[in-house]
Design a protein around this ligand. Structure first.
Ligand code: HEC
Ligand code: HEC
Ligand code: HEC
Ligand code: HEC
Ligand code: HEC
Length: 202
């Protein structure tokens, strides 16, 4: 058999290769721009939500306590995202003529949840627990650490990792959530937090 390619074949292969690279690049850019791929860490990741829920209104303007909606944050691993019952405590009467509130009322009437897009997500092989962190960190924002944390203390504690939530019109990821970010805080003397691998990995 003749292993040498004719120069015509070579040109065809080069052209094919060229188009393949070009096509891949275009696809890559398209997927990036539509958030189908996200590179490495997701700082500033801000997915579109089914309803533009604003922390700036509820927390910034109306000073609501994070725990009113994220009810599990002091007890559990997950903070949890509120069910519609909580929204309806107010929105059966607050701003019922807004098209967004009408969407809430309709979903509530049909017993359907609003499917919020997840913003933060650690890989499965990482252990993370909210309650431990709230307990350990909220003491930094008060002299009277024997009392349960106040709304203001809790908000400041959340801000350590989630940024200024009270200004967010649409929620986004403020920190990288990289291993380096976790470990750098655990290493601080005042943290008294363990840094061996099994602390955070199964
Ligand atoms: C009136 C209810 C309400 C209050 C009060 C509230 N949140 Fe939320 N929060 C939501 C809802 C609804 C979502 C899901 C939609 C979204 O991501 O915007 C959410 C999402 C989040 C997320 C992102 C969840 C994810 O998918 O990763 C974080 C972080 C968060 N809230 C932090 C806070 C903090 C910190 C406070 C207090 C400063 C707070 N929230 C107060 C209702 C509330
Ligand atoms: C030490 C850093 C840290 C603090 C403090 C913190 N969070 Fe989080 N939060 C995270 C991380 C990391 C995730 C992603 C967790 C995952 O994917 O398992 C997260 C996820 C969330 C989510 C998405 C749902 C969930 O539980 O996974 C909500 C809502 C949230 N945080 C709210 C809050 C609120 C409210 C406070 C304050 C009371 C708070 N967080 C304090 C780091 C923190
Ligand atoms: C403690 C009362 C209270 C709760 C609970 C509450 N909200 Fe609100 N919400 C308000 C107030 C007050 C406004 C501002 C109304 C205005 O602009 O006149 C508002 C505004 C809004 C708006 C903007 C409406 C518009 O068209 O301007 C949306 C969307 C919204 N809330 C969604 C939610 C969702 C989703 C939940 C549940 C996770 C929720 N709210 C829970 C009090 C509340
Ligand atoms: C702002 C500082 C800070 C950041 C950021 C932080 N932690 Fe922590 N973490 C602490 C402190 C303080 C403790 C100690 C809690 C205690 O008193 O036991 C702790 C404890 C823990 C524990 C429990 C350790 C035990 O006692 O078994 C785990 C697991 C953990 N962190 C995982 C993480 C992961 C994963 C991340 C990143 C996604 C992270 N932490 C980010 C401050 C932080
Ligand atoms: C305080 C929490 C924490 C500790 C301690 C920790 N890790 Fe991690 N690790 C994480 C988080 C969060 C991630 C996921 C984010 C990332 O990849 O940076 C991760 C990711 C990883 C990955 C995957 C990297 C990748 O890019 O996919 C490896 C491997 C790893 N850790 C090994 C270790 C080893 C080995 C140790 C002990 C020397 C250790 N980790 C200690 C939090 C921690």
């Amino acid at each position: 058999m003749n292993h040498k390619l004719s120069s015509r074949n070579k040109k065809a292969i080069a052209a094919l290769f060229f188009f393949f690279v070009l096509f891949s690049l275009a696809l890559f850019v398209f997927l990036l721009s539509t958030n189908k791929i996200r590179l490495a860490y997701n700082n500033d990741y801000q997915p579109d939500q089914p309803i533009p829920f604003s922390h700036a209104i509820h927390v910034g303007q109306y000073q609501m306590d994070c725990r009113y909606c994220h009810t599990a944050v002091e007890e559990g691993r997950h903070a949890g995202v509120p069910s519609l019952d909580i929204c309806m405590n107010c929105h059966l009467t607050v701003k019922p003529d807004s098209p967004y509130i009408q969407k809430l009322v309709e979903a509530y009437g049909n017993n359907q949840p609003i499917v919020w897009e997840k913003v933060h997500l650690l890989p499965d092989f990482v252990k993370f627990n909210h309650s431990l962190h709230i307990k350990a960190l909220s003491g930094r924002f008060s002299q009277t650490s024997h009392l349960p944390p106040s709304g203001d203390q809790v908000r400041k504690t959340c801000t350590t990792c989630h940024g200024k939530v009270e200004n967010m019109k649409i929620m986004y990821q403020h920190e990288s959530l990289s291993m380096g970010w976790c470990v750098q805080c655990h290493r601080k003397e005042e943290s008294k937090a363990p840094i061996d691998c099994s602390t955070c990995h199964y």
